[in-house]
Design a binder for this molecule. Structure first.
Ligand code: TYD
Length: 204
């Protein structure tokens, strides 16, 4: 089934909250229900995304916060143009594994105003129909990161992530929903379905 207009859902939150897994679980359910959908992850694998990946691996040395912010914005501009807008135009459900609330929170935690970052993004990026913000006690996230990857990237230091999560928790509005990922995968999935039911006329 192709919807007459697309639906945009963003999965957000600090590292280690299980967003990517939940994104995949929802995508599988939609596919089973024959609802055309796509998962898009940011940072992307495009030219800006690759520069960002190098920064994640090697750390922030020599790169100013302004440049870092600019790279994430450039990556997203490319993503909107090449992937997100075309998928929405084709009537797909677009599941974003991170979107501009990540920029507002992660780069906001470097000292920029999160609300300004959000407003600047909304000048070029379509606004999501729903934003699911996953949260966890940060120690739990750090444990998951360590066991999954055996190490932390430059963005995964504990004090920094605590500040990032504070910003994530500060967003308000009817499209924003908070999901506790401190329960089983199935229970988190149920919370996800509950928070997006209305977008699918209660059919999920
Ligand atoms: P992540 O979703 O963890 O990618 P992967 O699972 O492929 O490693 O994202 C990588 C990091 O990028 C993560 O620590 C959050 C950070 N990030 C920002 O700082 N700003 C942003 O705008 C985005 C999209 C991500």
């Amino acid at each position: 089934m192709i919807l007459s207009s697309g639906i945009l859902i963003a999965f957000e939150g600090i590292d280690g909250t299980g967003k990517s897994t939940q994104c995949r679980m929802l995508s599988e359910l939609l596919t089973k229900m024959k609802i055309s959908n796509i998962v898009i992850a940011e940072p992307t694998k495009g030219k800006w995304g690759m520069k960002i990946r190098k920064l994640l691996l090697e750390g922030r040395k020599g790169i100013s916060p302004e440049e870092e912010l600019e790279w994430f914005i450039n990556d997203r501009k490319e993503d909107v143009e090449i992937n997100i807008q075309p998928a929405l135009n084709a009537g797909k459900v677009v599941l974003m594994d991170r979107y501009y609330f990540s920029t507002a929170s992660y780069q906001g935690a470097l000292g920029f105003d999160p609300q300004k970052i959000k407003a600047d993004n909304e000048k070029f990026a379509p606004q999501p129909d729903r934003v699911l913000i996953f949260h966890n006690p940060p120690e739990k996230s750090l444990e998951r990161i360590e066991s999954a990857r055996g190490g932390r990237s430059a963005f995964e230091k504990s004090d920094y992530l605590i500040n990032v999560q504070k910003i994530f928790k500060s967003f308000t509005g009817s499209k924003i929903r908070f999901i506790s990922s401190n329960v089983t995968l199935e229970e988190v999935h149920e919370q996800v379905l509950f928070e997006i039911q209305d977008l699918f006329d209660g059919k999920l």
